[in-house]
Design a protein around this ligand. Structure first.
Ligand code: PLP
Length: 387
């Protein structure tokens, strides 16, 4: 009898087959006693740049730092405005305010959870010309950069890509995330599709001059010892983290492919149980995106009627199935941003998503039998709903 518990992620199962290789890689770094930067970090930068079709990659300490550094790199400072989605991880907006700039929150496309040309255009009408725009590839789905760049380029505003959830994903034109904007930002937080044994991040860009500037910014703005033309921060990747990531990285395409297989299997299972079909389906399932694209399914997020979402979440928990609400509050309604004047009703799709989303386990180690249990437990919930 297999363990009926279904975890949201299973890092132990991922680690088991790689253990010897990872421990050997860690041991070899320890023997060199070279812990910051060095050949492991340089090699990882070259590999991630190649994976993303980017000319340059610069390692840093976290995904949050990558966003902060990208904003600094394009010159965002006090008094500037930066457009970002209202429905995403918190650090997208906090990185803007840390620099003394002001976020202008944009609504999302309800089908993709990402910015669209329409929601970006609407946000641009709200305020002054921004200094930058951040588009997020949420849940592993590439934001539609074709249409977003048309707008950003026309007003000559740099488009920064937060690809923290989507390493390995392709967009509607088959281009890898991290290749398309002025700067791409990645996270190696342990639960990301490519996760380190702690924090880590990466920046990508096609621009050699900007790459040199970003690299300086990660190292106190220094170009040489005792020579700081600008003020930067301290944000670097450990050699130990790079060594772990370099063992895992070759497996990422297969892991992402297995996530897509799992997503497809949920589609069939929920259809079989009658939960995703009909005029008023109980679950609205994510789609895999346009034909040339490739979804990294960092999260498999369904929509549930807001009246039932929290009860379904609790029902899953009662049956040992971990599900998560990413994200339960739109950013313009966060107390810390109340001073910006955001009100309920301003960005209806971001607010509706916050009330309806539920992320189900989709990690590559998930077994078919576990997915069948998830679907059966969901079906029982809706069967017993009164009315
Ligand atoms: C994880 C994440 C970040 C932050 O990355 P950290 O490495 O945790 O700092 C930023 N944006 C998005 C969309 C993320 O998912």
């Amino acid at each position: 009898m297999t363990d009926p518990r279904v975890p949201i992620i299973d890092l132990e199962a991922q680690y088991a087959p790689l253990r010897e290789e990872i421990e050997a890689a860690l041991a070899s770094v320890m023997r060199t006693q070279h812990f910051i930067g060095g050949p492991e970090v340089a090699a990882l930068e070259a590999e991630i740049a190649a994976d993303c079709d980017a000319a340059h990659a610069i390692a840093c300490a976290s995904g949050t730092d990558a966003i902060l550094l990208a904003l600094m790199g394009v010159g965002v400072g006090p008094g500037d405005a930066v457009v970002c989605p209202a429905f995403t991880f918190f650090s997208v907006a906090s990185s803007i305010t840390r620099l003394g700039a002001t976020p202008i929150f944009a609504d999302i496309d309800p089908r993709t959870f990402n910015l669209s040309a329409a929601t970006l255009a609407a946000a641009l009408e709200l305020g002054p010309r921004p200094k930058a725009i951040i588009a997020v590839d949420l849940y592993g789905r590439a934001a539609p950069f074709g249409e977003l760049l048309d707008i950003a380029d026309a007003i000559e505003v740099p488009l920064i890509e937060d690809a923290a959830q989507s390493l390995g994903a392709l967009d509607e034109a088959g281009r890898p995330v991290g290749s398309r904007g002025r700067v791409g930002c990645f996270s190696f937080f342990p639960t990301k599709n490519l996760g380190a044994f702690g924090d880590g991040g990466m920046l990508t860009t096609q621009d050699a001059e900007l790459a040199a500037h970003l690299r300086r910014l990660t190292n106190h703005g220094a170009i040489a010892r005792d020579d700081h033309p600008v003020v930067g921060i301290n944000s670097r990747l450990d050699a130990l983290q790079a060594a772990v990531l370099r063992v895992k990285r070759p497996h990422l395409p297969a892991w992402n492919a297995q996530r897509r297989v799992n997503a497809e299997r949920y589609g069939l299972l929920f259809e079989k149980h009658g939960l995703s079909t009909g005029d008023a389906p109980m679950l609205l399932l994510p789609d895999a995106g346009p034909p040339a694209s490739s979804h990294a399914f960092h999260q498999y997020v369904v929509r549930v009627d807001a009246r039932h979402r929290d009860a379904l979440h609790a029902h899953f928990a009662a049956h040992g199935i971990d599900t998560m609400v990413y994200y339960g509050r739109a950013l313009h309604l966060q107390p810390c941003f109340a001073g910006l004047g955001g009100r309920a009703g301003d960005l209806p799709e971001a607010e509706r998503a916050a009330a309806e989303v539920l992320a189900l386990p989709v990690h590559p180690e998930l077994e078919a039998a576990q997915q069948e249990r998830v679907a059966a437990v969901a079906a029982r919930f809706f069967d017993t709903l009164p009315g």
